[in-house]
Design a protein around this ligand. Structure first.
Ligand code: MN
Length: 256
């Protein structure tokens, strides 16, 4: 098929592959919920053998991880509003290979870490770039990826809770219910703002997107290397049967 041959020929010659994935290690920041809620474990390798007596010619590990660790996908079933929706093994392949719209609010987030995206901001983006892509993802650039190597700066919590950017409840409902998007991708530890536990409804991006059968994608990096439109997103969560989410390698194809 010439289209695929042309695509392979274009990679490195007009098309670039951008890695949007944060490295996965014991130092990868994870969500810290307050009491009385249960928390996920951090990522950890458990060595089985390393060219030694338990395995003289080979090195391998068991991995210990939560589903929602590092760069990861939230499947609809993650949230109470989406409990009857797809688990992470059931996501449509056309959701996992899809166009990406990139909205950059990093200048405003630099002034206010609690910045919330509003419908007017998305309308302004559409006026400049055209309609949001049907069947595509909105990737919300905030500049927060610069902090992802340092859990304290990444979670940015004080006595009043975490201060990280997100989306207003009104805008989350509108994006999830009145656009053709299949998902929302962010640079922060979750798709919702740090203060979103106090919104109405609580955690509106989770509530509305997952309730609409759509997905979330977190802790992305390198969104600065993507154009506002035209990138193709490749998302590869593990097909965990019954799973609510999965760490994922996320790549973008970009015309240079
Ligand atoms: Mn999650």
């Amino acid at each position: 098929m010439p289209v695929l041959k042309d695509l392979l020929g274009a990679i490195g010659n007009g098309v670039e592959i951008v890695d949007l994935t944060a490295p996965l290690s014991a130092g990868t920041p994870v969500l810290r919920l307050p009491e009385p809620f249960a928390n996920t474990i951090s990522f950890r390798l458990e060595e089985i053998s390393r060219y030694d007596e338990p395995g003289p010619f080979w090195y391998w590990n068991n991995i210990h991880t939560g589903e929602h660790t590092g760069t990861h996908v939230d499947a609809p079933r993650h949230w109470a509003s989406g409990r009857d929706g797809h688990d992470v093994s059931e996501l449509p392949l056309r959701t996992l290979v899809a166009p990406a719209a990139v909205l950059d609010a990093s200048d405003r987030v630099a002034q206010n870490p609690d910045f919330l995206l509003e419908i007017a901001d998305v309308r302004a983006w559409e006026a400049a770039n055209g309609a949001l892509p049907d069947g595509g993802w909105l990737l919300y650039r905030t500049g927060w990826d610069e902090r992802s190597g340092d859990e304290e700066r990444f979670l940015n919590a004080d006595d009043s809770g975490p201060h990280t950017p997100g989306v207003s409840a009104e805008c989350a409902r509108w994006l999830a219910e009145e656009t053709g998007l299949v998902g929302l991708g962010v640079e922060t530890v979750g798709t919702d703002a740090g203060g979103a536990g106090g919104f109405d409804p609580p955690f509106p991006c989770h509530h509305y997107f997952l309730g609409a059968g759509k997905c979330g994608l977190t802790q992305l990096q390198n969104l600065a290397a993507l154009p506002p439109t035209g990138a193709v997103l490749l998302v590869s969560p593990l097909p965990i049967v019954g799973g609510s989410g999965s760490p994922a390698r996320v790549l973008a194809l970009v015309e240079t």
